[in-house]
Write a protein that binds this ligand. Structure first.
Ligand code: SF4
Length: 362
């Protein structure tokens, strides 16, 4: 859902401020594209409305979109249906209508409990509104609730991060995504003034390790680099991306992995609205499955299996040698057949994954 009330200075997602009539046209295009899958007997057990700000959809637009999904796919009775939400765009009436339309999981972009930090991010809500939005979702019978917490916000300290973790997890939620603020090229945050104010790499690393520990003390177990949940509340949808299961994406910038092919929709909102069906461009035609498995699997706390790597036809001797070196440096652990990154390893996961995939030999 590539629309927001206002653009945040740090965001580089495909999203713009859209008029009500443009959102209506977008909804129609989305429904048209979903309906194109009707009759193909494709089963699904998770649906994820991401953004942008999907919670800007009216009650009837949400119900139209989910009715199209239900009509075009074979939806499991206990499907996980998530909607991302900006706390200042929902109230009890809207959340009740979303629940009736099928939404049973909400992911709120809370980010912090400190209003000065929210202001620095350019967010439109304060913490009181965020807490009220979570309460309204619970009242609307949506109990599976995730909140985003951001690390490295200007003016944030370890103390205020700890306060955010405590206050946000105390709202009775089931899941937390903790992301580090990254300054993306070309965004309003990409300037010397902001770069000079945000946490440096060492400070950010301290914040990450602190968040992992504090969230665990509050009952939220880490299951992926940036994701933590109460037992049994891992995001079923997002796990599919990391475990190589198929998914179909709709809308500008959406990626898909379906029928053994990876493809994406170009990030052009106007063209998505005006095209009879979304344009889909193929990604790499011959992906290296072993590399993909290492890259995605090492994001997860359960890590990867050496036997599975071997099943792709690779000799894992060099890989294991490299893994043992990294283990000596405290960056990963080897348990029998499995290799898992430590919290310190997650901090430098890109480098580790590059080293390990370079050591794979046919
Ligand atoms: S609300 Fe979310 S998607 Fe929209 S601009 Fe802000 S961070 Fe980006």
């Amino acid at each position: 859902m590539p629309f927001c009330l206002k653009r945040c200075g740090y965001c580089d997602f495909c999203s713009s401020v859209m008029s009500e009539s443009a959102v209506a046209d977008y909804t129609a295009a989305l429904v048209r594209n979903i309906a194109a899958y009707k009759g193909r007997n494709i089963a699904a057990d998770t649906v994820y409305l991401g953004g942008g700000t999907p919670s800007l959809l009216s009650e009837s637009q949400m119900s139209e979109i989910l009715a199209a999904v239900d009509d075009s796919f074979i939806l499991d009775a206990d499907s996980e249906i998530t909607c991302e939400a900006n706390p200042c765009t929902v109230d009890l009436k809207k959340l009740r209508a979303y629940r009736s339309a099928g939404v049973n999981r909400i992911s709120f972009g809370v980010q912090s409990c400190k209003d000065n930090e929210l202001y620095r991010l350019g967010r439109l809500h304060n913490f009181k509104q965020a807490a009220e939005a979570v309460g309204a979702a619970q009242k609307a019978d949506i109990e599976n609730i995730s909140c985003d917490i951001m690390l490295g916000i200007p003016e944030q300290t370890l103390d205020t991060l700890g306060e955010s973790i405590d206050k946000i997890t105390a709202l009775g939620i089931t899941h937390v995504s903790a992301y580090m603020l990254k300054i993306e090229d070309g965004t309003p945050f990409d300037c010397n003034e902001i770069r000079g104010e945000v946490a440096g790499d060492d400070e950010l690393a301290d914040m990450y390790l602190y968040a992992v520990k504090r969230l665990s003390e509050r009952g939220f177990a880490q299951y992926e680099i940036s994701n933590f949940s109460r037992e049994g509340f891992e995001s079923r949808h997002n796990l599919k991306y990391w475990t190589g299961e198929p998914y179909i994406g709709f809308g500008p910038s959406a990626h898909s992995y379906f029928g053994g092919r990876r493809f994406f929709v170009p990030p052009n909102i106007k063209s998505f609205i005006s095209s009879p069906l979304q344009i889909e461009e193929s990604e790499d035609e011959a992906p290296n499955l072993a590399e993909e498995y290492v890259m995605l699997g090492l994001r997860l706390c359960k890590g990867i299996s050496l036997d599975r790597l071997k099943s792709y036809g690779f000799n894992t001797e060099g890989f294991l040698r490299e893994a043992k070196l990294l283990e000596r440096n405290g960056l990963l652990r080897i348990f029998g057949d499995r290799i898992v990154l430590t919290a310190e390893g997650f901090l430098v996961s890109n480098g580790i994954i590059a080293r390990l995939t370079d050591s794979l030999e046919k």
